[in-house]
Write a protein that binds this ligand. Structure first.
Ligand code: CMX
Length: 437
């Protein structure tokens, strides 16, 4: 058994009595009541999910297993010659809550390599889809296609379901899936945008480095990939992709069914597609100006025109955050510290948008959070390094998001979380509760 799985088993055994005690002895303790506004308004703020993988404070932003973004980057073992950590070490952290040693990290690196071969039938599925399908359709289809290999579902069908040990099958499925997502993303990218020519994995590289290598990117982009996947991994469990994955898994659906569904949620413009929308908006705007940077007045006019046509400003606002997203700040710092990127016109425009948009959103008076989120800054980095196919950006997000969703559903199984089933009411009942009927 790998060190990671052994440590995970110990953590699960230590954690189970806490959840069991809460459910048995304190089930009636209230976490707050729900209102009509929450029932109509997307369940915003209702406390009815549990996760220990990450926590999102509205003012501070995300903490992964208790660590802020800078603390996470500082604490994890770094890839030799790089300022950025191994994605594999981050996976160890999210799974167990422990910062791994270099040795433990390298064990995960080797484990992923041994599981990373994409089956030929997945390639066949990708090739059978119309080539102009959105890359998220391809990505989700590839994940779903692999369901036939699910350890959990095959054991379940063989009558081998055991509530106490089934987390191990979920762990195996999650690891098998995670190890293949980078290569699948790279295959989609090269098939769609690079003349259907492909690059084999380099056995000497880590996951992030290999993704950069397999899409045909530069040495510098290896750090971009590592940073990007870690930053996009988890944002507690109420966001659409994480919640969908958890919801589907709660029916004892396996990791492939669950994460394919999560990816479909990530594909929406109010969620992961926003990073594509940000680049589309910004590029269209620059094209109208003949590639020149706008004046502040021109920029304000364009932002108001977007709002007045009933659209949202992509990359701004958040359901939980009430300040600038630290994932935005982290990527902004990467731009400011990278020679060439800090003076790049598109980055300058993104910075100008950051300077004027919050005031405009405040003046409009609708958005509860006028500050930028992760998606406002990520596209410009991709564009700078030559990943200019912005419809692909949400696939990058989807590779990273699996780092959070899959440990979450492994723990869901370990702690025996119930099938999800919130209660519905009718509009008549709401009107009765409001005293207007
Ligand atoms: N531009 C314009 N209007 C906005 C806005 C924005 N960026 N953000 C919120 N609003 C509007 C909402 O559309 C809503 O309007 P209505 O009352 O007319 O419906 C109002 O402000 C209140 O919304 P809210 O409570 O502040 O925000 P929600 O929790 O409902 O939605 C989010 C959150 C992210 C969907 C929303 O801010 C948005 O649409 N942002 C732009 C898209 C985006 O960047 N999404 C990516 C989020 C991060 C991610 O998941 O990847």
């Amino acid at each position: 058994m790998s060190t990671l799985k052994k440590v995970l088993a110990e953590k699960i055994a230590a954690h189970r009595p806490r959840t069991t005690r809460l459910a048995k002895e304190f089930a009636d303790v209230s976490l707050g009541e729900s209102t009509i506004g929450q029932a109509i308004g997307g369940a915003r703020g209702i406390k009815c999910l549990v996760t220990d993988i990450s926590y999102l404070d509205p003012m501070e932003g995300i903490r992964f297993r208790g660590y802020t973004i800078p603390e996470t980057f500082a604490a994890l073992p770094k890839v030799p010659g790089s300022d950025y950590p191994y994605v594999e070490g981050f996976w160890y952290l999210l799974m167990t809550g422990d910062i791994p040693t270099m040795e433990q990290t390298l064990e995960v690196v080797e484990d992923w390599k041994s599981r990373s071969q994409v089956p030929q039938y997945v390639i066949d599925v990708l090739r059978a889809l119309p080539r102009d399908s959105h890359p998220m359709v391809m990505f989700s289809s590839a994940i779903l296609a692999m369901q036939r290999d699910s350890v959990f579902s095959n054991n379940y069908a063989a009558g081998k379901f055991n509530k106490m040990t089934c987390w191990e099958d979920m762990y195996e499925d999650s690891t098998n899936l995670m190890a293949k997502l980078g290569p699948i993303g790279a295959y989609i990218y090269r098939m769609k945008y690079k003349g259907d020519t492909h690059i084999d994995a380099d056995p000497d590289l880590d996951m992030g480095g290999n993704f950069a290598h397999m899409i045909g990117q530069s040495e510098d982009y290896k750090n971009v990939a590592r940073m990007y996947f870690i930053l996009h991994s988890d944002h507690e469990s109420g966001n659409v992709s994480a919640h969908t994955t958890h919801l589907v898994a709660s029916a004892l659906s396996d990791a492939y069914y669950a994460y394919s569904a999560g990816i479909n949620g990530l594909a929406g413009p109010l969620h992961g597609l926003a990073n594509e929308e940000v680049l589309r908006w910004t590029q269209n705007f620059m094209a109208k100006l003949g590639g020149e940077l706008p004046t502040e007045e021109q920029l304000k006019e364009a932002l108001w025109a977007t709002l007045n046509s009933g659209q949202v400003i992509p990359g701004y606002g958040h359901a939980v955050l009430r300040k600038t997203d630290p994932r935005y700040t982290s990527q902004r710092e990467f731009c400011l510290n990278t020679e060439g990127l800090k003076d790049y016109p598109l980055f300058k425009l993104v910075s100008m948008i950051f300077d004027v948009t919050p005031d405009i959103l405040v003046e409009q008076g609708k958005a509860k959070n006028p500050w930028p989120n992760v998606d406002a800054q990520s596209g410009v980095i991709q564009w700078y390094y030559g990943v200019t196919q912005y419809e692909f950006y949400t696939v990058l997000f989807g590779i990273g998001r699996a780092l959070g969703c899959l440990p979450n559903i492994t723990w869901d199984r370990a702690l025996g979380y119930a099938i999800e089933r919130p209660k519905s009411v009718t509009t008549d009942m709401l009107e009765a509760a409001a005293g207007i009927k």
